[in-house]
Design a binder for this molecule. Structure first.
Ligand code: DON
Length: 310
């Protein structure tokens, strides 16, 4: 493993230089002003290898809105809390629909297809809310990420959280529909507060790559501590591979071949089981809401390192 590191450092430096000049950068999310202000020319990458080495390139320390990448961590928290009972409330199949699609819910009695589409993440928020206020649940999510990344400075961007709430009519519709099917235990407003709060967390590539350590290391954190059982880490990775990019999950698996989870802030957390936890960021998105340059960088990195799981 140690022998691969010099190559990796060179590949990452090269990738960062190449990505700066890629002409096709996608479209920055513009549904809220704070995301619309992001600079599509930015690109960051952080790769934490199983031997504990961190390699970074570009804007690896620039904070961005993690958005739907938070769904990986809230899924982990919900599984830690109620285990396999979670699967009575949310499915494990790819949706083949947009991340905020509402159509399947009506055909499927308000049971979301998977925990990574918005509907599924809203149910996961409801699970985390149990026994506490929305503010406490949001603080618990933030604390969990601070612990995973080993950085107490990680915070929620209040402007992003407020804008999410102001403009989140589609999410409100999803939550209300699920509630109408008797599948939310808490008030829609409280569930949405938790969901919007988790989407508004700001992190850098370096912090995200650290937070993803347990997914590449069979559930163990950077100091060997058991964070989740190995089978749980394996299964979260399986869901990231099959559902992590919504209706673009097949394309990502085909091109990159590793578990990944995207967010509309332009970040992607990707995992090479047993080898690396990777975070990339570039704000321009493809039509499916995943970072265009981030996906390309992961494709080239996986190819250069032979990291596809297939
Ligand atoms: O709920 C939403 O629609 C956004 N706050 C987050 C969506 C997101 O990141 C989907 N990802 N690609």
């Amino acid at each position: 493993m140690a022998a691969q590191s010099p190559d990796l450092a060179r590949i990452i430096a090269r990738l960062a230089a190449d990505m700066a000049h890629e002409p096709q950068r996608g479209r920055v999310a513009d549904y809220i002003p704070a995301l619309a202000r992001a600079d599509a020319d930015r690109f960051g990458i952080a790769v934490l290898t199983a031997d504990g080495q961190m390699h970074v390139g570009g804007d690896a320390d620039h904070g961005f809105s993690i958005q739907s990448i938070s769904k990986v961590f809230t899924l982990t928290m919900a599984l830690n809390r109620i285990g396999a009972r979670l699967w009575q409330r949310v499915g494990r199949e790819p949706s083949g629909s947009a991340f905020n699609s509402i159509v399947q819910l009506e055909h499927e009695q308000g049971l979301p297809r998977n925990p990574f589409i918005n509907a599924g993440a809203i149910v996961v928020s409801d699970v985390i809310l149990a026994g506490q206020t929305a503010a406490a649940a949001t603080a618990e999510i933030l604390d969990y990420l601070r612990m995973l990344a080993g950085d107490p400075a990680i915070a929620i961007d209040a402007e992003v959280a407020a804008s999410e709430a102001e403009t989140g009519h589609r999410n409100a519709a999803l939550a209300s529909y699920i509630k109408s099917c008797g599948r939310l235990d808490h008030a829609v407003a409280d569930v949405l507060q938790v969901y919007f709060g988790q989407c508004a967390i700001t992190m850098s590539c370096r912090q995200l790559a650290r937070a993803g350590h347990y997914l590449m290391a069979g559930g163990r954190g950077p100091h060997g501590e058991v964070l989740v059982p190995p089978d749980r880490a394996r299964r979260i990775n399986a869901l990231m591979l099959t559902c992590g990019h919504y209706d673009g999950s097949g394309e990502f698996a085909y091109r990159v071949g590793i578990p990944g989870k995207s967010g509309v802030g332009g970040g992607i957390l990707a995992v090479v089981p047993g080898r690396a936890s990777i975070a990339v960021w570039s704000p321009g998105l493809n039509a499916r809401g995943s970072s265009m340059i981030g996906s390309l960088a992961l494709e080239r990195l996986a190819e250069a390192m032979g990291w596809s799981v297939f």
